[in-house]
Design a protein around this ligand. Structure first.
Ligand code: UDP
Length: 457
């Protein structure tokens, strides 16, 4: 595959792009990957970022970083109510963002700023861009299908699917096949009205934007892309998977434990189940202990990421029974954070037990690893349904976390015929990834379209 960064690195840069990521791991990663892709296409890059969860600028010496104040209190910055956090950021960042952008526009006259590329969640940026007469392109860090489900909230409210009723969870949503009511991508928050408001503002300001970039590709989400094109009559650029264009620098907010790779080196090919639920999902003590025994009883080697603070009421793995640790000894390796893309690419990994964040889902497809899905909230629910029922490259733990079901599911994924068929399908899907990234492939052509579009401003 062509390395996009190296050949053009010395060329004269004529236009500057201003990128503004949402400060969450699953949003920072694709934005910085996109920045690298566009840098390789000859653009200069400035990243405006909040102090909260600021990216490691030293990993990107060829970008300019502009920190702005986010005004978050310590309590606000450590909340688990992500809807509340995003809502506050959409208010607090308005003035610092406008001031920063105004200054950058006046300073960069020799290298004109072509446009702003913002995470779609930062809906306030449309009004700022309009007032400064700067085109604004959106990056959506989720799947197209999950965005369409969010965009349908007004309809789902009107039809009575929202708020979700326990008695309806298993019912299909005919307006959004193959979703069930339980898959509608809501997030737990103190006031659901605020979530509906946030979603409505995101959709409205996406419609007002100049175009939308997706970390997805035509062959993966053909129907959803057709629907989004009908609903949003602006240029749409599905150029993913981003991280496959060139070896990207690390935008990890946590330190990745390198012992994962040396431990994997000692395991047999395709024998290991890799377990990680991303940067936000959490579980209670009972779920944690059930997960641990499910893994141990499956008798498969496992590499398990337990993020500090992801088990309610404990700092890390203190709640693990001693018996469990004695039982698994060398068979399991537990770390706080992993170099996930390298882990998934390791020949010893045979399955991924995931929460189906969009980045994790795409990374798993790109390394041909079938999935055991345990979505927790928001777009994860939709991604997991697509993995298990549309692409059929994984299966869901549908009934919560119970050790017997976990053990059976891991066996099914790792050693039974079902799992083998899922692997065959994910290998075929990966072939489509490769095709889309070839010179004449859909993502590559879409990227050419994006570059020409930006240069036309
Ligand atoms: N990730 C990582 N190490 C880990 C777990 C996750 O580097 O131990 C990365 C992963 O490769 C992905 C991102 O963190 O790029 C998580 O994004 P995703 O959309 O999957 O989930 P989120 O964290 O937003 O729920």
């Amino acid at each position: 595959m062509e390395n996009l960064r190296e050949p053009q690195i010395q060329q004269k840069r004529s236009r500057r792009l201003i990128l503004f990521p949402v400060p969450l791991q699953g949003h920072i990663n694709p934005m910085l990957q996109l920045a690298e892709i566009l840098y390789s296409r000859g653009f200069s890059i400035t990243i405006i970022h909040t102090h909260f969860n600021s990216p490691t600028s030293s990993n990107y010496p060829y970008f300019t970083f502009e920190p702005i104040s986010d005004g978050l209190s310590t309590t606000q910055a450590s909340t688990s109510d992500i809807v509340a956090l995003l809502t506050i950021l959409n208010v607090n960042c308005v003035t610092p963002f406008r001031e920063c952008l105004t200054r950058l526009l006046s300073e960069n006259q020799e290298e004109p700023i072509a446009c702003l590329i913002c995470d779609g969640i930062f809906h306030f940026t449309q009004a700022v861009a309009d007032s400064l007469k700067l085109p604004r392109i959106i990056l959506r860090a989720t799947s197209v299908a999950s965005f369409l489900a969010l965009h349908s909230f007004p309809l789902l409210l009107q039809k009575g699917y929202l708020p979700k009723q326990d008695s309806q969870l298993e019912e299909p949503v005919p307006e959004l096949p193959p979703l069930k009511v339980k898959d509608i991508p809501v997030m737990a928050t103190h006031d659901p009205k605020i979530m509906y408001q946030l979603v409505a503002s995101i959709s409205k300001e996406m419609k007002a934007s100049s175009g939308i970039i997706w970390n997805s590709f035509e062959d993966l989400e053909q129907f959803a892309l057709t629907a989004v094109r009908q609903e949003f009559p602006i240029p749409i650029f599905p150029i993913g998977p981003f991280h496959k264009y060139s070896p990207a620098s690390s935008s990890s907010l946590l330190i990745q434990d390198p012992s994962c790779i040396s431990w994997l080196d000692k395991q047999a090919p395709r024998s290991v189940i890799y377990v990680s639920f991303g940067s936000l999902a959490a579980m209670n003590e009972t779920e944690f202990v059930e997960t641990a025994w499910g893994l141990a009883n499956s008798k498969r080697p496992f590499l398990w990421v337990v993020r500090p603070g992801s088990i309610y009421g404990s700092d890390w793995i203190e709640q693990l029974p001693h018996l469990f640790l004695e039982n698994v000894s060398e068979k399991g390796h537990i770390v706080k954070w992993a170099p996930q893309k390298e882990v998934l690419a390791h020949p010893a990994v045979g399955g991924f037990w995931t929460h189906n964040g969009w980045n994790s889902t795409v990374e798993s497809i790109c390394e041909e690893v079938p999935m055991l899905c345990r979505p927790c909230f928001a777009d994860q629910m939709v991604n997991a349904r697509y993995v298990s029922h549309v692409w059929r490259i994984g299966m869901q733990l549908e009934n919560g976390l119970e050790r017997g079901e976990i053990e059976r599911s891991i066996r099914r994924l790792m050693v039974e015929k079902d799992g083998e068929e899922m692997r065959e399908r994910v290998i075929k899907l990966k072939e489509k990834v490769d095709l889309s990234l070839r010179k004449d492939g859909s993502s590559c052509k879409s990227l050419e379209g994006l570059v020409s579009f930006i240069l036309s401003f």
